[in-house]
Structure formats: structure tokens, C-alpha cells
Design a protein around this ligand. Sequence first.
Ligand code: SF4
Ligand code: SF4
Length: 413
Amino acid sequence: MFNKSTSFIFVKGHYYKFRKYSFLAVLFILFSLPWLLNLYFSKMSPKLYILMINPGFLKIIPLVLIILGCLLYLLTVRKGRYWCGFLCPQTIGVFVTQAIENKLKKIIRRKIASYWQKLCYDILLFIILFSLSIITSLHILGLFYPIYHLLFFFTDHAYEIFLIIFFLAILIYILSSHLKTKFCQYICPYARFQSIMISDKTQVVYFDHSRVNLTDGKNDCIDCKMCIKVCPTRIDIREGFQQNCINCGACVDACNKVMKNIKKPIDLIKYASVNQSTKSFQNKGVYSAIVIVLIASIFIGLTVSNQKQIEIFIQNDRNTQTVNQNHEFIKNFYKIKYVNNTKEDLDLVLTSSAHQLILKGHTHFKLVKGASIELPIMAIAKYKDLKMKQFEFYFKFDVSGKTYIKKAKFLSN
Ligand code: SF4
Ligand code: SF4
């Protein structure tokens, strides 16, 4: 069960601490955000959060992605694969899995000897890792759908949701427990692109070859191989910078500890640019990234400032047919989406301009501040009152003293 080729050990040090805090920050965001979203949207009916998001903000999502892309580019130009080593969820999954495996391996060495005990250990490891995968999967899905409803299957689609959580958990389990950093080496697209973003000025994890000169017998490296044992990608950084290095700094900590033990100067392995410059900046690339970020920020500012205070969208409900009941009544169904961009709750009253129509559904309600909500409405007419197969009319929305008019169509067959 142990995958020797991808297993590694931990050595404490400066970058170990840094990694621990950055991992905790990412995990805190991942595990608290779904609950905060659940709290924020608790007054609305459970549906995909993405559909509740204010349409005005949906417009700026591509720009936000451009900015995030530029920031990642800037980080890579300056610091190499810092994202991979300290922030990437895949790396976090791999390190957490390895920490659990290492803890259980200690127990196995001390207490477990027989085949059956070893089997129990394998099963226990699977149960722990798969349970964590299910919890993670639940929270990832909780970014899109109220987590409270997911947790207790308070939904009409319990079976489908169970399957999504289950298969996502299998994927997370395979990625973090079996593929591990092989995902970073062979599948991750960012890893493929990072080689074109870095140069000899980018800070990467670097082995100081000047301290190993075999001609005059000077060699600070004692070949203890600790730098390989702690490496999640199992590479030997002494062979020079390698594309598979995720810049996690584990080998820096391990080697510094060895150097301290043998009373030699630390930083035989360190973060530095290949030309040893501490100020790594590829000016051209960085300036263009800054300009792109600025332009995208201006667009976002303009989009947000041009947002209407109240936005209303009407749609004939295609899932529900026009109903003709015994040639007595005709019913039409509509979905109306309301977005309240103001900072206060507003009273909304809905009426229609057509005297022959009666509206049923949400005609009087409070539109909560900042809410984006979709509500159904039914328009009913007596068959004998209809002179045409279809006609246009207006929905009238009285929102705390202001009136909004929207055109709609009534169909009788
Ligand atoms: S940990 Fe340091 S001393 Fe040990 S093999 Fe690696 S580079 Fe050499
Ligand atoms: S070589 Fe060092 S920094 Fe690179 S992945 Fe291995 S341990 Fe991390």
C-alpha cells in the first residue's frame, strides 16, 4: 500500500513553518467560506449560489480571472513556483495525506507485525483519507449550493447530490493519496507554462555549487540525501534547477538542519536566482502585467459604478406549459429575477396592466438588500375574456415608491 516512490518525510524549519501557516489559511478559507455563504444566502430558496450572484458581478468575473492570472504570472516571474509550494490545494492535499501516512507508519513500526495487523492499518488509512476526501468534497460543493442542505440532504436532488459528492471525493482521494505530485509533474497545465515565465533572474530553489569543488577537496555536501528524502517530487536538487521542483523549500530546511548539525554555514540549498541575484525582476513582463491589472481594474470599477439600483428580468417559464383548464381558465407562468443593488430592504408590489389578468404568487414581498432572487408568478385569465390567441401586457413593479415597467406576453394556446 505504501507508495515508496512518492512518500517523503518532514523536517521542521523556516519554510516548514511558512508552509504550515499558508496551508492553514487556505484550509480556513475552504472550510469556512461555504458556511459564510450559507449564512449570507439563508433567506433565499436553496439553489446554485452562482445563479444568485448579482448579474452585474457576473459581468466582471472574466476581468477578475484576468487579474488573478496576472498576479499568478507576477508571482511566478519573481518567485518561481511559490503558488505550487505554498498555496496550491493539490500540494496541500499531498502534504496532509503524507503527514497522516507518516504518523500511521510510526504506529505500524512499533505495534503492527502480522499480515492482519498490516491489513487493518491499510483499511484504517483508507477510511481516514476517504473520510477527509468526503468532507473536502462536501465543502467544495458548498461553494455552489447551501452546505446545510447538502449535509442533511434537504433537497429534491438528494441522490444526484450524493453521487456528485461521492465521485468528487474519489477524485480528491486519488489525486492526494495516489497521484500525489505526479499530478504536478504530468497533468497540471500551470506546471507546463511556468517554464516560459521564469528566467535566470527568477528566485528558485538553488544548490550552491560553489561550495562543492572536488578539485580542491572542498565539499560541504556530506551526501546524507536528506534533501531527497524530504522532497515531495523525489528529485535531487544538487543536479541543478529542475522543472519538477515545486519550490516548497523542504530541501532548504532539511539541508540547513544538516549544516547546523555538522557546524557548517547554512544555505547550501537556498532560494536564489540562478545568477545569485536577490532582486529578481523581469521588468518588461512585470510592467505589462501591471498595465493589464490596471486596465482590468478600471473596467471593473466602471462596470460596478454603472450598475442599476434595481434590476428585474422576466422569463416565460419554459418548463411549464400554458394551461387551458376545461376551456374556462388559461394560466401562464413566468420566472422573475430581482436584484437589489441598494443598501436597504425594499417593499415590492407587483401588478399587471391587463385588467383581465389575475396574478398569483409572490406579488407582495420584501426584497432584501444585496439579494439576487428568482421567484415564479402565475397569470390567470378567463377564457371568455380573451379576444386574441396572444397579447402583450406590462408587469408593473412598485418598489418602495419607485415604479418599474416590464413588457411580457400572454399566450392562450
Ligand atoms: S541535505 Fe544537504 S548535505 Fe545532505 S545531501 Fe542534500 S545537499 Fe548534501
Ligand atoms: S527540490 Fe526542494 S523545493 Fe523542490 S520540490 Fe523538492 S523539496 Fe521542494
